[in-house]
Design a protein around this ligand. Sequence first.
Ligand SMILES: Cc1ncc(COP(=O)(O)O)c(C=O)c1O
Length: 427
Amino acid sequence: MNPLLSQIGAQMSSLTGVRAIMKDVIETLRAGAGQDFINLSAGNPLILPEVEQLWRDCTAELLESAEYGEVVCRYGSSQGYAPLITAIVNDFNQRYGLSLTERNVLITPGSQSLYFYAANAFGGYTDSGELRQIVLPLSPDYTGYGGVTLVPEALIAYKPTLDIDASNHRFKYRPDFSQLSISENTGCVIFSRPCNPTGNVLSDDEVRKITDMAGVYNVPVLIDSAYACPFPALNFTEMTPMFGKNIVHCMSLSKAGLPGERIGIAIGDEKIIQVLESFQTNACIHASRYGQAITARAISSGALVDISEQVIRPFYQSKFTVLESALDDFMPKDLPWFLHRGEGAIFAWLWLKDLPMNDWEFYQQLKQVGVIVVPGSTFFPGLRDNWEHKTQCLRISLTGSDEEIVKAMGRLAMVVSEVYSKVVAAV
Ligand SMILES: Cc1ncc(COP(=O)(O)O)c(C=O)c1O
């Protein structure tokens, strides 16, 4: 049966961004069963033994406690499981010298849902028919923002400026404050820090500038800290988590080993939290209480932060170093390739300037030599400018073994040489 769909139904039932690519990846792997593919497309973190053990231990403790029935056999409040909220309030107040109360925290089923609530609560059409925009201040950014609004025209992203270190084949994006507009027509601002896909970490000054611009109009700024400190601490450069009246500090347990349990956390002004909480009550009542109960234990014991700093961060930071050195060894020195500075997250972002084909075609060529990455053009949601850079980038996951990463970068370098040399030959 083909049910008739509403406009929203049609929009929400189509695959956006990277999810569409993932379908192709799965089909490629299925069709090439047995073929030796190196798959560096995953957004799924690896299972690190120490991290798995942490969640096993927390689960064992929960199973043995009297709390178990109360946790899994009963509904709870939409705001979240009280012991988890208390653990977060205590930890953040102590760690960052804040004065949070329980009313400043909301637990959601994964952080993706949080952006969905915010995008639709603050963005879209007002009662008087005015369009409130959801502003992404620096594009590229997380592909998942592409699907969060029920009003696609509300999403607007801004082109960055590029800091290029040509001799070292490195670059870094920066927000272009000469273009960025936040005004009475802005509903909310969202950005990831560290950024998926680029690994960029906006500086404290850049963040302050954005939140100040938004503060003038009482606009909430959601800082997507899915990779930030204190957990999973996937920042490889110094960064200070930011808090403030119009800032919603958004976290996720997914990169700290718990993606299956769907736990997201929002910390912000009581009034903003209340709006998001009501949205959640309507959408799904509350997040899984089992996941919340084990998270409460891991936070209050301090184990989650320790493992993040001692295991998760060094693991991915070292993968980035392996990838970076392999590219430096294998890539042709005379071609205009640029690796984004690896400041965090679990990805590397490669810009192939003047690429003689688009990123999708390059992705297909790379598949021919058994390497799978993600074409970069899926990471520019909301950016309507016709900018050639959008089709010149690739996201490479740091989720392979060291050997796989080295091998894959060798093959990638070979394909790069080939595709650029064909143009030279043709000239
Ligand atoms: C930057 C960023 N934000 C949000 C999410 C969504 O995470 P979750 O809903 O699992 O918390 C992801 C997932 O990969 C991400 O990379």
